[in-house]
Design a protein around this ligand. Structure first.
Ligand code: AMP
Length: 431
């Protein structure tokens, strides 16, 4: 099937071909015709499936089909996203796909000046992409009118709920006109998402694309079982020894991200941290530097696990395992994109064994362990107790048994010599 068969207009087809897309992805094939028919939709699709174009293209088409409003254009389409990064990406997609149409897109999120956003909104906007917090600020300040919204998209609804945005979403919905088309995208459907969907959607069609990415053959997943205190040294060695040029590292906490970044910088590795405590400017700079290859390692909390679209990212490392098994899938989904080969490595300390059990349960398979990590072997207790904890991975972690073995000094020696051999210049990581 080609995009032409999807009944998209010439300006959109032109933009699509400029993007280099030759055919629609599965979610686009399913979603575009139904959205064009005006249906409400519950779509199970995660980032990486082409879902953004799946809703952006038909919305642009539907807006373009209407008579052009007088200026300033009222907001006719509203897209809510959980994170600033995703908002920025969705906005860029609308701009790219709509570049040959006389429609205006805008994005608003926190962490940057509200005044310039207000000025831009006053000039008229057809499509607004927003994070909930800043949108509510603008509403409270009466700087935005959502009274003419006809199309409402909740992107990554499961993430929104995880991040505690439910009340904000309800407040936004209250100010939208009753008559509108609603699209809800979510990577997962738990009870909360279903309840939200039932409240928002009218007689929705359901669209789901298989999560082939979970077990994508092109992502090599591996586990290094290692004591927590050696993780930093191991990651530094992996980067140097493998001469990795672009690696996204996930850590659990903001503090942990900053600490690891400092340590890697000391090892001569160019890295930046990306997390919610950083100003929006710093977040954008970190991401841009990483995408341009100026920074080798981007250390991120789960804020970056979804939505980020970095082409051909070769390596993802879980420095800490995520509390939610689903997040593992989102994290490793940053690699092996668009058919490229990818590698996802997880450094797992004994006390994280129950998190690994939850992940493997979700994947329905075991992730291969690296037999010789070069460090003191550690035992990951994947027995009954870990599995019991896995059924509630949100629970606070507790210590699990470590099999005590003596450190293997020869292995450590090899590791050190390995790091020296690759050295700074060989890696190209100048301090
Ligand atoms: P998304 O899931 O919306 O974040 O999209 C993931 C990536 O797929 C983005 O880089 C898009 O530019 C790209 N993409 C979207 N649709 C297509 C398509 N039909 N063909 C090739 N790439 C696409």
């Amino acid at each position: 099937m080609s995009f032409i068969q999807l009944d998209l207009s010439e300006p959109l087809l032109k933009a699509i071909s400029e993007q280099g897309y030759s055919e629609p992805t599965p979610v686009q094939k399913q979603a575009i015709p139904l959205i064009l028919q005006g249906r409400d939709m519950l779509a199970g699709a995660q980032t990486g499936t082409g879902k953004t174009a799946g809703f952006a293209l038909p919305l642009l088409q539907l807006l373009h089909n209407q008579p052009l409003p007088t200026k300033p254009h009222p907001i006719r389409a509203l897209v809510l996203t959980p994170t600033r990064e995703l908002a920025a990406q969705v906005y860029e997609s609308f701009r790219a796909y709509g570049r040959h149409l006389p429609l205006f897109s805008e994005v608003v999120f926190g962490g940057v000046s509200i005044h310039s956003q207000i000025r831009r909104l006053q000039q008229g906007v057809d499509i607004l992409v927003a994070t909930p917090g800043r949108l509510l600020d603008l509403l409270h300040q009466k700087q935005i009118d959502l009274g003419q919204v006809q199309f409402f998209v909740l992107d990554e609804a499961d993430r929104m709920l995880d991040m505690g945005f439910i009340k904000d979403i309800r407040k936004v919905i209250k100010v939208l006109p009753e008559q509108r088309q609603n699209l809800l995208f979510s990577a997962t459907y738990d009870k909360e998402v279903k309840t939200l969907a039932a409240q928002i959607l009218q007689n929705p069609v359901e669209v789901a694309v298989a999560r082939e990415k979970i077990t994508a053959d092109n992502i090599a997943q591996r586990i290094y079982a290692i004591k927590r205190e050696y993780k930093r040294e191991l990651i530094s060695w992996l980067i140097g020894h493998g001469n990795w040029q672009q690696v996204l590292v996930f850590v659990r906490t903001r503090h942990g991200a900053d600490r690891l970044c400092k340590q890697l910088l000391k090892d001569g590795i160019r890295c930046s941290a990306l997390h919610g405590d950083k100003s929006q400017g710093a977040r954008s700079r970190a991401l841009a530097g990483f995408k341009e290859g100026k920074v080798t390692v981007l250390i991120a909390t789960d804020i970056a696990s979804r939505g980020l679209d970095i082409d051909q990212l070769p390596h993802v490392v879980n420095f800490d395992l995520p509390e939610l098994a689903e997040d593992y899938i989102h994290r490793i989904g940053r690699t092996g994109r668009a058919g490229a080969e990818g590698e996802a490595i997880s450094l797992v300390a004994p006390e994280e064994a129950y998190l690994l059990a939850a992940i493997e349960k979700l994947l329905k398979k075991a992730i291969p362990r690296v037999a010789d990590t070069g460090y003191e072997p550690v035992f990951l207790n994947m027995g009954k107790s870990a599995k019991a904890k896995a059924s509630n991975s949100r629970r606070k972690k507790t210590g699990l048994i470590t099999k005590k073995t003596k450190p293997s000094s020869s292995k450590r020696g090899e590791r050190n010599s390995g790091r020296k051999q690759t050295g700074k210049s060989a890696r190209g990581h100048k301090v």
